[in-house]
Design a protein around this ligand. Structure first.
Ligand SMILES: C[S@@+](CC[C@H](N)C(=O)[O-])C[C@H]1O[C@@H](n2cnc3c(N)ncnc32)[C@H](O)[C@@H]1O
Length: 386
């Protein structure tokens, strides 16, 4: 049954401004009219400055994306779009899907349905709006992955969202080191492209079979012009031009050190590395007595391993600080989703380290008699060997 258009658009407006909105698309045109853009897509995003409504429009040649604050700004932007003579609106919220088509006589043909995806994950408690990337995104049907992996990656991307400046523009070159089956690589591309960034992403993994598999996946997604894969070691793989952003999720043991060293050599602006197992410093601690009075920290195997984890990541962050980065270690996801839930997050400042920073690093490694792998890699990589 056709309905009055104004009333139907008022209903669309309420859904577009509802915090439960997951996605909306406007396209097509009404008889005898032409909208100023051929398509508009709206979705909620989380930026460093908080939640925003992202509006991407296309004039048929180029996309244009902006992020507006909830409230009056979002209301005004939505009103502008509703005033355009689009022929169709498709709106999804956590609970509802509404499709509106404008008939030839200028009325609204509206179809309303309960949302076509569950508001809760199977076995979980999360609603769609708790995710940075929409769990209903067709991408996930292509790339698969367990629920735990999806949660890890979503949380990793949230940490990325709060790292990049909101006003970031221009091309962004990204590398995912030790990408494995590229779950993070593809999800990161989706997230960054949705933010309206002109992204190029390279996934590096030592395994040639992963390169082939991931490249086929990129072909199926139609993303090969933006996402490509290289088989090689993190230390040596050819990635040109040098990336602005380095990602590494659970690169094994000292592969995380290789990733951090490579990021420093590339002069990357941002680094997000979630370490995996740590064996290097643990083995060094095992091979010599602990400095007094800290024997109790390392006498028992499990305590020594845990202490080695803490020491390794503290030294990694300290080394990044000595190489011109502001670095911190944070928990990026609840430990229920992975016990490897720490993230080393660094932003290049280019600042020289202070004498105190140098001294505290030297004192710590001197006391414990360890040489972190990252220190060795950084020394080997710098032209003067310092
Ligand atoms: C634990 S998996 C993690 C994969 C992916 N980042 C994820 O989180 O699902 C570690 C990956 O790093 C790769 N890898 C380990 N050491 C590497 C190195 N030195 N250079 C390149 N790849 C490496 C392995 O082949 C593996 O695919």
């Amino acid at each position: 049954m056709p309905e009055p258009l104004d009333a139907a658009l008022t209903e669309v407006r309420a859904l577009l401004l509802d915090p439960a909105l997951t996605r909306a698309v406007a396209a097509g045109r009404r008889r005898g009219h032409r909208p100023s853009v051929v398509r508009a897509e709206l979705r909620p995003v989380t930026l460093k400055s908080g939640p925003r409504l992202q509006i991407s429009t296309s004039d048929g040649a180029r996309p244009y994306t902006r992020n507006v604050a909830p409230g009056a700004e979002a209301g005004a932007a939505v009103d502008e779009l509703l005033a355009e003579p689009f022929g169709n609106w498709h709106v999804e919220t956590a609970g509802t899907t509404l499709q509106l088509r404008v008939t030839k006589s200028g009325e609204a043909q509206v179809h309303r349905a309960a949302a076509n995806r569950p508001a809760r994950e199977p076995g979980g408690h999360d609603r769609a709006k708790d995710w940075l990337l929409d769990p209903g995104d067709p991408l996930f049907a292509e790339i698969g992955g367990s629920a735990a992996k999806r949660r890890q990656v979503d949380a990793f991307l949230r940490a990325l969202a709060t790292t990049l400046p909101d006003d970031l523009t221009g091309p962004l070159r990204v590398v995912d080191l030790g990408c494995g089956n590229a779950y993070l690589t593809f999800a990161a591309y989706r997230y960054l492209a949705q933010r309206g960034l002109d992204v190029e992403l390279v996934g590096v993994d030592v395994r040639e079979d992963q390169r082939r598999r991931n490249t086929e996946l990129a072909e199926r997604l139609g993303w090969t012009h933006r996402v490509r894969f290289v088989a090689g070691t993190i230390a040596d793989a050819v990635v040109e031009p040098a990336p602005d952003l380095v990602l590494a999720l659970h690169a094994c043991d000292t592969a995380t050190d290789e990733a951090l060293a490579r990021a420093v050599r590339w002069d990357a602006r941002w680094v997000l590395a979630a370490p995996c197992c740590h064996h290097d410093v643990a083995a060094q601690l095992r091979s010599r007595p602990a400095p007094s009075p800290y024997e109790l920290l390392t006498r028992q195997g499990i305590l020594r391993e845990r202490f080695a984890d803490v020491l390794t990541d503290a030294l990694r962050a300290a080394l990044l600080r000595l190489h011109g980065y502001r670095a911190e270690v944070v928990e990026f996801v609840d430990s229920a989703h992975t016990p490897r839930n720490l993230l080393i997050r660094a932003r290049r400042t280019g600042g020289a380290p202070t004498a105190d920073q140098r001294a505290e690093y030297r004192e710590l490694i001197g006391q414990w008699g360890v040489t972190p792998r990252l220190e060795t890699l950084l020394a080997a990589g710098s032209p003067d060997g310092s």
